[in-house]
Design a protein around this ligand. Structure first.
Ligand SMILES: [Fe+2]
Ligand SMILES: [Fe+2]
Length: 163
């Protein structure tokens, strides 16, 4: 099987490999995220796309890549688990931040990226451009992952028509 684009990017892999190897991050593969994706695949997609944008804009692409990978570091099904303290959009960035802080040291930019990634659903705006990138890419990936099966069906139909 062909390696994914992020796996072929040696610089990106070097930035996140220590986190990616941990059981805490690997465990994310056990959770469905947007119906048709798991939380690990989603986290890598958000991290890698955000990293590329931040790098192109000469921003802190290291913090972007690392915090992007950890932005959804929580272990429950958000469709089933509800909290009295607030909505999923409000709670899970706080849970993810607490879990990420157990895993590695986070700088202020990384903390803010994780905590504010639900901007739009919550009112707290990211303090850094890097956070705005991760928050925007997160929303893009969520809708992309949700529509994967329909896109595949459409593609298969086009191929059938051409053959
Ligand atoms: Fe999230
Ligand atoms: Fe996310």
């Amino acid at each position: 099987m062909k390696a994914a684009k992020w796996q072929q990017d040696a610089q990106y892999c070097a930035l996140v490999n220590d986190l990616l190897q941990t059981p805490e991050v690997q465990r994310l593969a056990n959770y469905t995220q947007h119906h048709h994706s798991d939380r690990l695949a989603h986290s890598i997609a958000v991290s890698y796309d955000s990293y590329r944008i931040a790098k192109r804009l000469h921003l802190d692409y290291i913090s972007t890549a690392r915090a992007g990978l950890l932005h959804d570091l929580f272990y429950y099904d958000w469709r089933e688990t509800k909290f009295d303290l607030g909505t999923h959009a409000f709670i899970h960035p706080r849970v993810a931040l607490r879990n990420a802080e157990k895993l590695t040291d986070l700088n202020p930019c990384e903390q803010d990226i994780i905590l504010k990634h639900m901007f739009g659903s919550t009112l707290a705006a990211p303090k850094y451009w890097e956070g705005l990138i991760v928050s925007t890419v997160d929303k893009y990936e969520a809708q992309r992952e949700f529509f994967i099966p329909w896109r595949r069906k459409l593609h298969a139909r086009r191929i059938r028509r051409l053959s």
